[in-house]
Structures are given as C-alpha cells and as structure tokens.
Design a protein around this ligand. Structure first.
Ligand code: BV8
Length: 304
C-alpha cells in the first residue's frame, strides 16, 4: 500500500544534508540523457519503428532477426556518438572528483557519462555499453572489443537516400534519415553483411549490453556489493529513471536499509521510488540537466 507521505521539495534542506554526506549513490536512467537528445524507453522513444524497444533488447530477438537488432543498436550508436553530455553528466562527474565516497550506478549504455570524464572507478555501467562489441560465444571464444566506428560495418550505415559511392554522399553535412521512424525505408541487410567475430570468425558479434533475461556483469555487481558492505549510506539520488527494471532498481531499497535518504529527480511526479515515498525523501521535478548543477552546487560549486 503506497504511503500518504509526500516528499520534501525544499532545496536548502537537501543542500544541508548533502554537505554532511560522505557516502552517496546515484541511480541513473534514460532521463539523464534526454536533454542530450536521446530518446528514453518510455513515451515516443519506447517504440523503435513498430517494435517495443525493450522487446528488441533480448537474446531471443537477436536469434530471430540479428539484422533488425543490429540496425536498432547501430542507430542508437549513431545517435549517441552525435549527442553531447549535458550539464547533469558533468555535474555528476564533478561530484565524483570531489567526493571519493560517491558512486554512480548507470543503467544507460549511451557512453555520455564516460565522455563527461566521470571517473571510471566511480561509475558502474550496470547494463553495459553500446560501444562494447563482443562475440556471441562468450563461453569458448570470449572475444570483446571497444569500438566507436560509425557505421560499425557498411551494411549498418544510416540511409541518406543518396548513392553512398557518389561525391554528394561524401559531403559530411548529408543528413541521415531517421530509421527509428516507420516512414523511413529500412535498408535490407543480409546476415552475411553483419559484423562477425574477428577471433573465431564463426559467430556474429553482438552489442556489449545486458539484454533482458541476462545477468549483469559480475565485476559491476561485485563493485556494488563492495560499496554496500561499506556500511551506512547517507543519500541515494534516483535520476531520470522510472525505476522499473531489476536488479538495478533494487539498489534503492538496499541503500534505504543502509540509512540512505532518497532524492528523486524526474520530469514526471508519478515516478516515485519503488514502495512509494518515505519520511525525509526529496523530489525535484524537472529536467535533470537543469536541476543537477543546482542540487550539487554546495560540493561542486557554481560551474554549469
Ligand atoms: C535478469 C540494456 C536474470 C540494453 C537494459 C524482479 C521483478 C520484476 C522483473 C524482474 C525482476 N528481476 C528480473 C526481472 C526481469 C527484468 C526486468 O527488470 N523486467 C522489468 C521490465 C519488469 N530484468 C532483467 O531481465 C535483468 N536480468 O534479471 O537476469 C538472471 C540472473 C542471473 C543469471 C541469468 C539471468 C536485466 C535487465 C537489464 C536489461 N537491459 N538496457 C539496452 O539498453 O538496449 S534495461 C533498459 O531499460 C535501460 O538500461 C533501463 O534499465 C531501462 C529503461 O528504464 P529507464 O532508464 O528508467 O528509462 P525509462 O524510459 O523507462 O524512464 C525514463 C525516466 O526519465 C522516466 O521516469 C521519465 O519521466 C524521466 N525523464 C524523462 N526526461 C527527463 C526525465 N527525468 C529527468 N530529466 C529529464 N529531462
């Protein structure tokens, strides 16, 4: 039964608590990158062409139609590479530099927090990265690489409607058509033209992200466990996430049990933490890119 408690919305009391805090967590979701122009999973971004984005993020979808799933991830790599970290990414990176006891747990695979120079030791990529590419056979072959090429292979190039060999196509300003839009013809891609593993050359390469039904990276889970075993936590900030995916969202409850106060930053007032609001929680409604610099000012200063 959701509690009748309503969250605190007063920034000064949040600042007072932040100034006294040394062990702070942040759970990051797609809303953090929304004002960098990247779609979230809910709302318009939740549908990629006619497909529910989450249904494409499964091993089954890749087995059924690896070309379609690679076009989905090729498009997200393209968009993320053409996006820029926003003031919220930089503010969180700055907080990490200033507060050794701060850890960010990110559900985002877009690479924007790393590009904001968020110290890697204080950033746990719970669901992997679009820019890790690995052999589907992780038991015997185990090949993995970091790859920022766009397109990853010619067959995954974004359609421009222009003959790719023409002079015109070499003009960088040529606008690529948005293949997430059903009205854009999706290029036909043969499996043979997809990226294959350069080590075993038997299997396809796949995006280095965690698909639904797959376990989170052991190293990352070990890092989170180690942090949680560090005892009392002062605060967990829940930023731009619907907190509906597990085990990522279970870390909110774990932090609460270790004494953390919860602060939600979200555009949507309905997105309360799992289990509802509790006494002392904060809720700041709005764009994370605008709110985070102000919220973290006592520690990171006036910068953004
Ligand atoms: C597993 C990578 C087992 C791929 C992703 C317990 C209960 C119920 C279900 C489960 C459970 N345990 C496990 C499950 C199943 C499942 C799950 O959680 N299902 C959900 C849907 C119910 N979990 C799994 O399958 C996990 N694996 O359990 O494996 C196992 C264990 C051992 C051994 C073998 C197997 C794996 C889950 C990870 C899946 N991969 N991403 C890819 O990205 O393509 S999840 C993906 O979706 C994201 O990473 C993220 O986690 C999620 C999207 O959520 P959000 O980021 O919150 O985004 P959303 O669009 O929903 O919301 C955006 C929010 O931002 C909104 O609130 C909006 O209001 C706000 N917003 C918008 N703009 C702004 C803003 N806020 C601020 N400023 C703005 N400008």
């Amino acid at each position: 039964m959701l509690s009748a408690v309503s969250p605190n919305t007063d920034l000064a009391s949040f600042h007072d608590h932040l100034k006294k805090s040394t062990r702070v967590l942040a759970l990051l979701g797609a809303g953090l990158s929304a004002s960098s122009g990247l779609p979230t999973f809910r709302g318009k971004g939740g549908l990629w062409r006619t497909h529910d984005a989450m249904s494409l993020a499964t091993p089954e979808a890749f087995d059924d139609d690896p070309a379609l799933v690679w076009q989905f991830y090729g498009h997200r790599r393209h968009m993320s590479l053409n996006a820029q970290p926003n003031p919220a990414h930089y503010a969180l990176a700055r907080l990490a530099e200033k507060m050794p006891g701060f850890q960010a747990l990110s559900q985002n695979v877009d690479g924007l927090s790393p590009r904001a120079n968020h110290p890697p030791g204080q950033l746990q990529l719970l669901h992997g990265s679009l820019f890790d590419v690995k052999c589907v056979d992780q038991t015997k072959c185990g090949y993995i690489e970091i790859n920022y090429e766009d397109p990853l292979v010619p067959a995954l190039a974004m359609p421009t409607g222009i003959d790719p060999t023409s002079d015109e196509a070499r003009d960088a300003a040529v606008k690529s058509h948005d293949i997430s839009d059903i009205n854009t013809a999706l290029p036909k891609v043969e499996t043979k033209d997809l990226p294959f593993c350069p080590k075993c050359s038997q299997h396809l390469l796949r995006p280095g992200v965690v698909w639904f039904g797959e376990a989170l990276p052991t190293k990352v889970l070990d890092n989170v466990d180690a942090y949680m075993r560090g005892g009392k936590i002062d605060l967990i900030m829940v930023i731009g996430t619907g907190a509906k995916v597990y085990p990522a969202s279970s870390f909110i409850g774990d932090a609460r049990e270790l004494g953390a106060k919860v602060c939600v930053v979200n555009m949507d007032a309905n997105d309360r933490p799992p289990g509802g609001w509790q006494e002392g929680d904060w809720f700041f409604e709005g764009d994370a890119a605008e709110l985070l610099p102000k919220m973290l000012e006592p520690v990171i200063g006036k910068r953004y």
